[in-house]
Design a protein around this ligand. Structure first.
Ligand code: CS2
Length: 468
């Protein structure tokens, strides 16, 4: 183990982070490290793998920037401990309830909030929520937040700020909602205390971070000269927009390029709909057409034209730009980021958890556009591609490994008759908003898109759409 992989012993605590995946280690953790004076206790809510790989390195790891011109490794030493929640949930609660903790940040993915994606409300039927209502040692992220906030109140401490860093619409409000709802079911006075004193700033997070592969580890060892078992790979670009409404101290984020603003909503809409919305569209259509990565789709002129058409004709017309941001320039920058050949971001990775992602990425734009009388053929085709993907069979009849909390239900909705398939999917109240479930015109357009997709294949359908 090389010396460079040992952490800086002077760093203080202050932050507990739930969901220690590659994204946070390549984004939020780096900003915190640069701001200085704060350290992070990472928590894995599921498996011990990351902890086991980081421990022999003293929690240090390498973040490798993958630019079109080459790679730049940087050693990040901001983690001071890593806990594995299923092994010792009490240790996690103790860290969160410690007087030294001021912020609990989260990247637990969309499904980690145990909410209903179409409404943002707590899913009370979720098995982890049922568990957390009955047991003081939680399993879910909302359960840990509620039980740790209860411990702080009981100890006479102020709450921590809850900093959601997941791609949810108005993510602070959603987390405030699920935490408030769960707290009320456990102890109404606790819910009132959280409502009065807690802070849940909204954030917009952005950096493309493909899953690390064994080849990445080998390449890093060859170029940097040391072996890191848990590096993260990321693009050069990064952006973090944070609502400046913390209830306690925070790192000096504004000194390291974080945009501290009063209202994150226009940034979050722009990013979720222009980036994540087209990411998901390219992922389903690209996967069906046989493309392995986003860069591969962008190298295919049919896909590159399609995505530009989505931005210009369908997504931008439904958006209000953030102050000083030209959306056309934002789209061009996204096209360049997607085309970065050094980033091997698999369509299969982005296709994961579609039922949790589609509402905020694509369905909101479709619902608003239809209400305003604007046509959205490309986004409708993307929804049809998700349905086709979720059936579990690709265009050649080969099995797809569909990862989605609703996977078995989605697969069971597939019929040989596209109209019946569409009717089945549109009955999913947790995915489709009422405005789309009750829109006969949308059902008609989606059926036509799905029929074409089944008949002609993804690539053939795209040429005539979006950029027409
Ligand atoms: C991607 C995101 O996997 C996905 O669903 O769309 O992880 C995306 O790469 C990030 O949000 C970029 O900031």
């Amino acid at each position: 183990m090389h010396d460079r992989l040992h952490r800086d012993p002077t760093i203080e605590g202050g932050i507990v982070h739930l969901g220690l995946g590659a994204f946070f280690r390549a984004h939020g953790a780096i900003y915190v490290a640069e701001a200085g004076g704060w350290g992070i206790t990472g928590v894995s809510l599921q498996s011990p793998g990351t902890r086991d790989r980081l421990r022999p390195q003293g929690w240090a790891y390498t973040a490798v920037e993958l630019g079109p011109e080459g790679e730049k490794p940087q050693v990040v030493t901001v983690l001071r401990d890593v806990l594995v929640a299923p092994e010792d949930p009490q240790a996690v609660l103790d860290a969160m309830a410690s007087p030294a903790t001021h912020i609990v940040s989260l990247t637990v993915t969309e499904k980690g909030y145990c909410h209903e994606p179409s409404t943002g409300r707590l899913n009370r039927g979720h098995p982890d929520i049922a568990h957390d209502l009955a047991n003081p040692l939680p399993r879910s992220a909302p359960g840990f937040l509620v039980r740790a906030l209860a411990a702080r109140r009981d100890a006479g401490l102020p709450p921590f700020t809850v900093l959601c860093c997941d791609n949810l619409p108005e993510n602070g409000r959603v987390v405030r909602g699920v935490v408030g709802e769960l707290a009320r079911l456990i102890d109404p006075a606790l819910a009132d205390w959280i409502a009065a004193k807690g802070a849940f700033p909204a954030t917009m997070v952005d950096r493309i971070v493909p899953a690390t592969t064994p080849a990445d580890l080998d390449r890093l060892e060859a170029t940097a000269g040391y072996c890191d078992e848990a590096p993260v790979m990321h693009e050069p670009f990064r952006q973090w927009v944070v609502e400046d409404s913390f209830c306690g101290p925070r790192p000096a984020f504004e000194t390291v390029g974080v945009q501290m603003v009063a209202d994150v909503t226009p940034y979050e809409h722009m990013k979720l709909r222009m980036l994540n919305g087209t990411h998901s569209s390219l992922a389903y259509l690209g996967y069906l057409a046989g493309h392995e990565t986003i860069a591969d789709t962008m190298a295919d002129p049919v896909f590159a034209g399609f995505v530009r058409g989505l931005w210009r004709n369908e997504i931008i017309p439904a958006l209000t730009p953030p102050p000083g941001q030209a959306l056309g320039a934002y789209a061009e920058a996204l096209a360049a980021r997607y085309a970065n050949p050094a980033i091997r971001h698999r369509t299969w990775q982005i296709a994961m958890d579609g039922s949790q992602k589609l509402p905020q990425r694509i369905l909101g734009t479709i619902a608003e556009s239809r209400a305003a009388g604007r046509a959205v053929p490309g986004l409708t085709l993307a929804v049809a591609a998700w349905m086709r993907y979720a059936s579990g069979r690709d265009e050649r009849g080969a099995a797809i490994e569909v990862k989605d909390p609703l996977a078995p239900r989605l697969a069971a909705l597939w019929r040989d008759d596209p109209a019946r398939t569409v009717a089945g999917f549109l009955s999913l109240a947790e995915v489709f908003p009422p405005a789309l479930r009750d829109d006969a015109g949308f059902a008609h357009d989606l059926t036509a898109a799905l029929s074409a997709l089944v008949r002609d294949g993804a690539r053939a359908c795209m040429g005539g759409r979006a950029d027409a």
